[in-house]
Design a protein around this ligand. Structure first.
Ligand code: NAI
Ligand code: MG
Length: 528
């Protein structure tokens, strides 16, 4: 897949092309998916992109937007109000499809075949999908097409493979009893998705929920509805019965809240901010106590030990923070470097940030597009100002990039202290914070001194150091000498206020399953 040529149409108007070197380094940095990914490119070595020119040019990609209505009961329909009325219609369709429709009743193999066919359609339409996601979100087309979209497709195939392998146990209870457990779908699941990885997070939730036989209402983020609408239509082409997958696009405090408090919704899975998650949980509790899975924010430590491979650590620390414009729940946003390697590391981090290619996300070689919106950009710039005021050393960036659009300069701070705001809050932008540490005990204490616990990166050549840190760090994922490996089979989720439950992998399925114990007395017990 990675070797397939990207749509030439999308680049038809671009006059500048990336230097071969920046494409090479892009490939080196990106570990999303499977370790190092190298991109092939038809572009020969040319002049590097002139960053300022890029953002001043109007962006007119050849993206066709076909679907802007809500998808309810297999049909695109106009929104009635954009709020609770639409939620009611979508939930009613999902409820009927679960209570009376074929989806939970068909064989698990038939369900899996529909999911596999859908994955094939995603592959077939990858250029349209990548165009929509880039247009909606601002993330670089190349990164989405070569890294995220293959992960989306893989996630659906992964869960399609599980559909006919979900089963319970025969339980050896005391007494003359035949006891079995049945793993059953919850019913109607509300899946609330944020804007930073619209389609990837759709795949984690929709894939797992549907494989178990649930019906769903997806609420996209208000900023990024396009890819979910487009692919959900493809799901129906693959044979999904109407009402199984409904997509609404309303605002969080109205449509999202009304889903969370809906009495006919049995399950909610939410990805977004920790503050909004509290509201989600409260609404779920106050309505019908629906089960909630939460995947939330983070302030993940990236620890570079004395004996680490400094070049590799600096490159991965850079991508751990700057990938997706810094808008990642797992962003390695607290970089702790051992004092013996500190100066060298800071120098490398600075150089990497200064060389990062910012600009039109449709252009080849661009590594960083705009932030999601103006509000986020202003929030990030405010955090940068607070870092300067608090006395951190600004090594690179620090300002808006250009004068049009929501671009922020790749920013690096060194000498960051733990009580500075930039070391405590989730910034969700391209701002790297580097601190110094002296020993392992100290770095463990500091790394764990946060309300979050989503992920951590550990860079060391010493197996004992790796083992110690793996067990001492309180986070849902520990990456040793790597970062951002998101395989479909690896469970993902947070400790502490970074979440509840896990997504992906086998653990991700259990969010969407009830366990029913069935007990039958044995009339004429044999030797068992
Ligand atoms: P948010 O958490 O408010 O929104 C995420 C999703 O929840 C969206 O679909 C939104 O419509 C929905 N939502 C919002 N309020 C709701 C409510 N009362 N009931 C039900 N659903 C609701 O995040 P937002 O406002 O887009 O971004 C604010 C900050 O949150 C960001 O700056 C970032 O720090 C963090 N964030 C973290 C994410 C993550 O992956 N952990 C993803 C998005 C944002
Ligand atoms: Mg919000």
């Amino acid at each position: 897949m990675a070797s397939r040529k990207l749509s030439s149409l999308l680049y038809a108007s671009s006059s500048s092309t990336a230097a071969a070197t920046s494409l090479c380094s892009l490939g080196e940095f990106w570990s999303w998916g499977r370790g190092k990914i190298r991109f092939s490119t038809s572009v020969s070595a040319a002049q590097p992109i002139s960053p300022s020119a890029v953002t001043e040019e109007p962006i007119n990609p050849a993206v066709k937007i076909n679907h802007t209505q809500l998808l309810i009961n297999g049909q695109f329909v106009d929104a009635a109000s954009g709020e609770s009325e639409d939620v009611n219609r979508a939930v009613a369709a999902a409820r009927k499809a679960f209570d009376e429709g074929p989806w939970p009743r068909m064989t698990a193999y038939e369900r899996s075949l529909i999911m596999f066919r859908f994955a094939d359609l995603l592959e077939k339409h990858r250029e349209e999908i990548a165009g929509l996601e880039t247009w909606d979100n601002g993330k670089p087309y190349e990164q989405f097409a070569n890294i995220e979209l293959p992960m989306v497709i893989r996630q659906f195939r992964y869960y399609a493979g599980w559909a006919d392998k979900i089963h319970g146990l025969t339980v050896p209870a005391d007494g003359h009893l035949h006891v079995q457990t049945l793993h059953e779908p919850f019913g109607v699941a509300a899946l609330i998705v944020p804007w930073n990885f619209p389609l990837l997070l759709y795949s984690w939730k929709v894939g797992a929920a549907l494989a178990c036989g649930n019906t769903v209402v997806v609420k996209t983020s208000e900023q990024t509805p396009l890819s979910a609408l487009y692919v959900s239509k493809l799901f129906h082409e693959a044979g999904l019965p109407p009402g199984v997958l409904n997509v609404i696009c309303g605002f969080g405090p109205s449509a999202g809240a009304s889903l969370c408090s809906h009495m006919d919704v049995d399950k909610v899975s939410f990805t977004g901010s920790t503050d909004t998650a509290k509201t989600v949980l409260e609404l779920a509790a106050k309505s019908n106590l629906k089960s909630a899975t939460l995947e939330l924010g983070g302030k993940s430590p990236f620890i570079v030990c004395e004996d680490a491979d400094i070049d590799k650590a600096a490159e991965l620390a850079h991508s751990a923070l700057f990938f997706n414009q810094g808008q990642c729940c797992v962003a390695g946003s607290r970089t702790f470097v051992h004092e013996s390697a500190y100066d060298e590391f800071v120098e490398k981090a600075k150089t990497l940030a200064l060389n990062r290619v910012v600009g039109d996300p449709f252009k080849k070689g661009v590594e960083q597009g705009p932030q999601i919106d103006n509000r986020q950009m202003l929030k990030i710039l405010k955090y940068i100002r607070s870092g300067i005021e608090d006395g951190a050393t600004l090594e690179a960036g620090g300002e808006r990039f250009g004068s049009k659009g929501c671009y922020v300069q790749p920013t690096v701070f060194s000498n960051v202290l733990d009580d500075m705001l930039i070391a405590k809050d989730e910034i969700f932008g391209p701002v790297q914070s580097i601190s110094k540490f002296s020993n392992l005990e100290e770095v463990v204490r500091r790394a764990n001194a946060t309300r979050y616990g989503l992920a951590a990166g550990v860079f060391t050549q010493n197996i004992d150091t790796a083992n110690t840190l793996t067990r001492a760090l309180r986070a849902g994922t520990i990456w040793i000498n790597c970062y951002d490996i998101f395989d479909a089979a690896i469970p993902f989720g947070g400790y502490k206020m970074s979440g509840q439950g896990r997504e992906k992998g086998l653990n991700g399925l259990t969010n969407y399953l009830q366990v029913k114990a069935v007990v039958t007395p044995l009339k004429n017990p044999a030797w068992l």
